[in-house]
Design a protein around this ligand. Structure first.
Ligand SMILES: [Zn+2]
Length: 384
């Protein structure tokens, strides 16, 4: 039996604060900056694993909360873990369930031990603690396990954010104790502290003292807005260890990714490309495009002329528009494929720009093209 490579991170180069790196896992390497498509219930909605891989994705994310409720952690374990169950041969990151149970609002109860909550599926009662979450992620065979934390709501006063962060740090310690180190696997701690510099720096100090294979920035993209998010990254990123991967959780729009990479983030996840793909919104080099809009009904041009995905290389805007109007499943499949391809192309372009030492120029061009907007509609006559 060949030995699995150890989990690790290599910083290959920098351009300003932007970082070009590589995460090594027992199940494949991930070039960073990287975007992780979300497969909430062990499925990237509307996409086969090989198609997800073909977009350029090297790692995907699944949700502890959803999988513990259905089909259940023990069942997933019997089926060989999430990766084997869903036929994904690359690395897999699982969130800890903390974010999902927070969003349950009145359905959950939180104390020092953990969180008791009612299932959104059948109302049954469940308990998540740092120990249980870590054990479940082990059963799911997560390549990267996330520490169990409380995602501090926004806005919160500094004292509320301080108490919440302190609880998350005690939970981080317990999560680390519960984690079973194995070659090729890693666990990330999660920095909290809302938008307060002092709290974020304290959180980092405590997490680094515990020691993780990587560090995530949590508690952002929860309604604070892009300006406050970037301001928080401005003081958070420089305090993170340079030799470990940095993951910004739940982010975001294309412009958020570019701005966060500029500030030193390496990894991202977001439901946006797949969720938007189901509602008719396509991301393009000229900004977002709503394919349900009547202006596309006669348009024979591709959604994005610079995109090599099947939706753009084989089909017209008019056909995609028709598929959404007719509520054909193929419409959401093609648009998810396109959006994931767009996100992966954006990450690849950022990696190339960092390597070439022209990231600032890339970011300016990106903003200019996004601001220019979509291509002009065809005149009614030209459309005939
Ligand atoms: Zn495309």
């Amino acid at each position: 039996m060949t030995e699995r490579p150890a989990f690790g991170f290599d910083l290959l180069g920098t351009d300003g604060l932007a970082r070009r790196g590589q995460v090594t896992t027992g199940f494949g390497t991930v070039q960073t900056p990287a975007f992780m498509p979300v497969g909430t219930a062990a499925s990237v909605k509307g996409m086969m694993p090989d198609q997800v891989r073909a977009t350029g994705a090297e790692i995907i994310l699944s949700n502890t909360y959803h999988l513990m409720l259905r089909p259940g952690a023990e069942r997933v374990e019997r089926l060989g873990g999430v990766r084997r169950m869903m036929g994904w041969d690359g690395p897999l990151l699982t969130d800890s369930g903390g974010f999902q149970v927070m969003s349950l609002g009145p359905l959950r109860q939180l104390d020092e031990k953990g969180v008791t909550f009612k299932s959104h599926l059948d109302g049954s009662r469940h308990l998540l603690t740092p120990e249980i979450s870590t054990r479940i992620q082990h059963q799911l065979d997560a390549t990267i396990t996330m520490a169990f934390d409380e995602c501090t709501p926004f806005p919160s006063s500094k004292s509320v954010a301080a108490d919440s962060m302190a609880l998350s740090m005690r939970w981080a310690e317990r999560s680390r104790q519960a984690f079973q180190p194995r070659p090729g696997y890693g666990q990330f701690g999660i920095v909290q502290g809302s938008v307060f510099e002092q709290l974020r720096l304290q959180s980092i100090e405590q997490l680094v003292a515990i020691g993780f294979e990587g560090y995530a920035v949590g508690g952002l993209a929860v309604g604070e807005g892009q300006e406050a998010m970037f301001a928080t990254l401005d003081f958070t990123c420089p305090a993170l260890p340079a030799d470990k991967p940095r993951y910004l959780m739940g982010v975001g729009k294309p412009a958020d990714l570019v701005g966060a990479v500029a500030r030193g983030i390496d990894m991202f996840d977001c439901v946006l490309p797949t969720r938007s793909g189901r509602t008719g919104q396509g991301f393009t080099r000229g900004g977002p495009v709503n394919l349900k809009n009547a202006r596309h009904a006669d348009d024979p041009r591709p959604l994005d002329a610079d995109c090599h995905c099947p939706a753009c290389s084989r089909f017209s805007r008019a056909y995609l528009h028709h598929l959404f109007k007719a509520e054909e499943v193929q419409g959401l499949m093609l648009l998810s494929w396109h959006n994931l391809t767009y996100y992966q192309d954006l990450m690849a372009a950022m990696r190339a720009a960092i390597e070439a030492g022209r990231f600032a120029e890339f970011a300016r061009d990106f903003a200019t093209r996004q601001a220019a907007g979509d291509i002009d509609p065809l005149s009614p006559l030209a459309a005939r």
